[in-house]
Design a protein around this ligand. Structure first.
Ligand code: ATP
Ligand code: MG
Length: 297
């Protein structure tokens, strides 16, 4: 079932860790939605882009069959299915999105004698990510018996089903709660924007590029501040040296005040009071720090 409509479709997790941040990102990229009655579909009100709300595991398949042109999914899910895909061209990663960070890691019971990756050889490892684990074992010339479980992987050692697990970890709290010790990271993940392998129509391609540019812009604005001030022209080089700027600052002349300038600088590090006080000591005044909501390079 490919998407024959002229509107772009983007698949997003319906509920779970990625659901809220995915929609928040699309909103920051300027999309406004109206929800359908069944809450499975969000209709884009201001652009020809709709959102399909699904289980995250279904997203790579929807992209491969062309039901959706775009999807927001964990790299772990995308890569697991990319490697597992039986011959069909897989969906690919277009942008990393900076949320949903986690790692796929091998962990063993706290009391286990296993200390290093090499000790994994010959173990039974329970996981929901058999393809990613197999690939890691292969590239490290290790062998293990992979026990595929689709949930509650962390209790497999206690049930005697496995000697170790290979599961997603973010804070490590779940491992600790199950008396497991993290051994080694197999794969690093975060949420990504994935694209269908099907060639989009020219009109959809324009929408895709536009959305990607906007998402990039919404992300690059994160944590960026605009610092504005006025200062004596003679202090410019000392001020520039103090600035934690991303790019060279813009320097503007002030009408009727040839000895003064206005300075604007984009800064990606936090600007604290101390920064501002030092600038003031150099003669700057009217200092202002503004949040940058979005940027388009
Ligand atoms: P669904 O019902 O959509 O199948 P799910 O239970 O498979 O949901 P979640 O637990 O919501 O999925 O996780 C979604 C994604 O969030 C994961 O695939 C992973 O990319 C990311 N993630 C970030 N931190 C963690 C974590 N500590 N544990 C599991 N997933 C995490
Ligand atoms: Mg899932």
């Amino acid at each position: 079932m490919s998407n024959g409509s002229e509107r772009l479709r983007i698949a997003v997790q319906k509920s779970g860790r990625l659901a809220e941040p995915s929609l928040a990102l699309l909103r920051r990229a300027g999309l406004a939605f109206r929800s359908s009655r069944d809450h499975l579909f969000l209709y884009g009100e201001n652009l020809p882009i709709d959102v399909l709300l699904v289980r995250d595991d279904d997203i790579p398949g929807l992209l491969v069959e062309g039901s959706c042109e775009l999807g927001i999914v964990g790299r772990n899910v995308l890569s697991e299915q990319r490697l597992a895909g039986n011959g069909s061209v897989p969906a690919s990663e277009r942008l990393s999105l900076g949320f949903g960070a986690c790692r796929l890691a091998i962990a063993v019971p706290e009391a286990s004698p296993i200390e290093s990756a090499a000790d994994v050889d010959g173990l039974r490892i329970a996981t929901s990510y058999p393809t990613l684990l197999a690939e890691w074992l292969h590239s490290n010339a290790l062998r293990a018996e992979i026990v595929v479980l689709n949930g509650s992987v962390e209790i497999a050692p206690r049930l005697g089903k496995a000697d170790a697990i290979c599961d997603l970890v973010s804070s490590g709290a779940t491992l600790a709660a199950n008396q497991l010790r993290e051994l080694i990271t197999v794969f690093r993940s975060e949420a990504v924007l994935a694209v269908s392998p099907r060639k989009p129509t020219a009109a959809k391609s324009i929408q895709i590029e536009r959305l990607c540019a906007r998402i990039g812009g919404a992300q690059s604005g994160d944590g960026v501040r605009l610092l504005m001030m006025q200062a004596p022209r003679s202090a410019l080089s000392a001020i520039t040296e103090l600035l934690p700027a991303r790019d060279a600052p813009s320097v503007l002349s002030l009408d009727g005040r040839p000895d003064d300038i206005a300075v604007q600088a984009l800064c990606s590090v936090a600007l604290d009071w101390q920064h501002l006080e030092e600038l003031k000591r150099l003669g700057a005044h009217g200092l202002m720090v503004l949040n940058v909501e979005r940027m388009l390079a």
